[in-house]
Structure formats: structure tokens, C-alpha cells
Design a protein around this ligand. Structure first.
Ligand code: TYM
Length: 332
């Protein structure tokens, strides 16, 4: 059976990139597959996290996923540390993956920056834990934004090497699902940089809790160029900010970029931004409100995560036992 696994870090506010690149696709896929959606607290601590903030962010992200339409009864929604199988399998993968493979990971290079010697060992081994997240459930499909592509290629390499080292056909070939017109949402301040939680400028990203005024202000201040919008996609060439805003509009409206440009071609940005604000408020406003309503009920949120953890362990447990047997461990 096809099984989906995907993860999101509980660090900072959920932003439009997370929503359009991942969360909304998770919502759309939930009827079609068995889905596990995981708040990856073990990944979060690869860089320093204040414990109280980590706890609050984990609950906030959970509330955000439910408010966006993930049904915690029909899917498995849990935080990673509830299931120790992730860490156990990650250790085995630490022994399968090669240093040379990890040295090529661009996200490690970006995150560690100039202070590589000072980065945690966990940050370096981060992609091995990601492979373990997915393969502990033998998941077949992984919906993510474009920035996770390289990590998923590594996951496939690890699965293949494990299978060939042990002479088994055990792990499936994992398929990334990179869907929709906004697989890489860019910063509102610079169309050449990815929208991210770590950008120091609040104006670079729209978050799910910004509310109508915040959304309007950020879109008003978003960087543009002086030309009117083109009526065809080829007119977006070398116009990163226009490309980004049109992509966001298309994704929010669930239309293609071609259809959007057929409608708005010729408009000045001032007019286009008005329409974009209205659209963004209509999609994100209700989610933000519901999220704020849910997040205060910590008993409810924690209960959902515990229930998800139980369901997740029930799937990974038998798989881990098979893996232990393949590797040659005496069964616990
Ligand atoms: P994270 O928390 O950085 O992001 C969560 C999801 O949001 C997507 N995303 C974006 N999509 C489009 N445009 C953007 N600007 C943008 N920013 C973020 C990400 O691609 C991701 O899908 N390593 C992962 C979490 C993870 C995971 C996994 C994912 C851990 N284990 C196993 C899949 C499978 C991460 O840090 O995502």
C-alpha cells in the first residue's frame, strides 16, 4: 500500500512557503493515502532550541496543521520524539551513509555557514534522521517543497545501499511529491532568496497568524519591479519578484500561472497587490483564527500528539524488528 510520510520543524512561525509548498498538499493527499505527518522535534534540536519555545512551537505547528485541514483522526499526526524508532533507525543509517554523501548536502553548508567546526554532529547527520523518519514506516511517497529534494535523493541512496549491503529488497524506492505552482516560495523582500523562518526580516514572509492587517502590510511592502505584469509566463523571465508573486497568487487561487496572467496581464503591481491581499486574507485568515483558537487548548493538542505517537509506533515496531533481524541484532 502507498504510504505518505512528511515532516515539518517546530521552529518559528509557519509561513506561506510551508503552507503552499507542503501543508496544503498534505491536506489534499490525505484521502488518497495512509498519511503520517510529523513535527520533527529531534531535527529541531540540531540547532539550539530554548526548551519552553520548542514546546510552544510544537503545539503551535500542530494547531496550524489541524487548522489547515489535516484530520488528526484519519491521519497520524505526532511529534517525532514520541517514537524512538526514528532515532534507532537513524543510528543504523549513520553506519550506512557515507561521509562523502553528507559533505555534499547544501542545507548543511548553508546552516553551518562559516562555523562548520562548531556545528552539532546532529546537524551534520540530519539527513540520515530524515531517511529514518521515512523508512521506519517504509513510506513510498513524500510531499515536500523543492528545498528538500536533495535530502530525498540521499534517502533513496541510503535505502539502496542498505538493500545492497544486506542483499535484501527491503526498503522501497521513495518518491518525492513536489506539487503545485509554489514549490519554492521566495522572500517578499528579495525574489532570489527562499522564504524562510530564519530570515531576520519579518517582512520577508507571511505567516499563518499574521491576520488581515499584517498580510496587507507585508504584501504592500513586497518588493516589485517597475513594469506592468505580463500576460504570458515568458514575460516573467528575469523578473524574480513578479515570478514569485504570480506563483503565490496562482497557488492560493488554485489556478495555473498561465490562467492568472491571462487575467491580470497589463495590471500595475499596485492593483495586482490589492487582489493578492484579498485572496491571501480569504485563504489564510480563517486558518490563522482557527489556529489561535486551538493552540490554547494544550490538553487537546498534546492528546492528539500522544494518540498519533501510539499509532506511529504500532506501524514502525514490526518494521524495526525486521530491520534488526536483517542487520543481525538479537531481538529485544
Ligand atoms: P521545514 O520545516 O524546513 O519545512 C517544512 C516543509 O515546508 C517546505 N518549505 C517550503 N516550500 C516552498 N517554499 C518555501 N519557501 C518553503 N520553505 C519550506 C519544505 O520543503 C518542507 O516540505 N527537513 C524537513 C523536515 C523533515 C522531513 C522529514 C520532510 C524531517 N523529516 C521527512 C520530509 C520527510 C524540514 O526542515 O522542513
Amino acid at each position: 500500500m502507498n504510504r505518505i510520510f512528511s515532516g515539518i520543524q517546530p521552529t518559528g512561525n509557519l509561513h506561506l512557503g510551508n503552507y503552499l509548498g507542503a501543508i496544503r498538499n498534505w491536506v489534499d493527499l490525505q484521502g488518497e493515502y495512509e498519511c503520517l505527518y510529523c513535527i520533527v522535534d529531534l531535527h529541531a534540536i540540531t540547532v539550539w532550541q530554548d526548551p519552553a519555545e520548542l514546546l510552544a512551537s510544537t503545539r503551535e505547528v500542530t494547531a496550524g496543521l489541524i487548522a489547515s485541514g489535516i484530520d488528526p483522526e484519519k491521519n497520524i499526526l505526532f511529534n517525532q520524539s514520541q517514537n524512538p524508532d526514528h532515532a534507532s533507525l537513524a543510528w543504523i543509517f549513520n553506519c550506512v551513509a557515507r561521509l562523502g554523501w553528507l559533505n555534499r548536502m547544501t542545507q548543511f553548508k548553508e546552516k553551518a555557514g562559516k562555523h562548520r567546526e562548531n556545528a552539532s554532529v546532529g546537524l551534520y547527520a540530519y539527513p540520515n534522521l530524515m531517511a529514518a523518519d521515512i523508512l521506519a514506516y517504509k513510506a513510498t511517497h513524500v510531499p515536500v517543497g523543492d528545498d528538500q529534494k536533495q535530502h530525498l535523493e540521499l534517502c533513496r541512496d541510503i535505502a539502496q545501499k542498505f538493500n545492497s549491503d544486506f542483499g535484501v529488497e527491503y526498503f522501497p524506492e521513495v518518491e518525492p511529491l513536489i506539487l503545485g505552482p509554489a514549490t519554492r516560495v521566495m522572500s517578499l523582500r528579495d525574489g532570489r532568496n527562499k522564504m524562510s523562518k530564519s530570515d531576520p526580516s519579518e517582512y520577508s514572509r507571511i505567516t499563518l497568524t499574521d491576520g488581515p492587517d499584517g498580510i496587507a502590510q507585508k504584501i504592500r511592502k513586497a518588493k516589485t519591479d517597475p513594469d506592468a505584469l505580463p500576460s504570458e509566463v515568458k514575460g516573467l523571465e528575469d523578473r524574480p519578484e513578479a515570478t514569485n508573486l504570480v506563483g503565490i497568487y496562482a497557488a492560493l487561487a488554485r489556478k495555473s500561472r498561465e490562467d492568472v496572467l491571462a487575467e491580470v496581464g497589463g495590471q500595475q503591481f499596485s492593483e495586482f497587490k490589492g487582489g493578492l491581499t484579498e485572496l491571501a486574507v480569504s485563504v489564510l485568515g480563517p486558518i490563522g483564527e482557527e489556529m489561535q483558537r486551538l493552540v490554547v487548548d494544550t490538553d487537546y493538542i498534546d492528546g492528539i500528539l500522544r494518540q498519533g505517537g501510539t499509532k506511529a509506533r504500532a506501524i514502525s515496531g514490526p518494521i524495526m524488528r525486521e530491520i534488526q533481524e536483517i542487520v543481525g541484532f538479537v531481538q529485544p
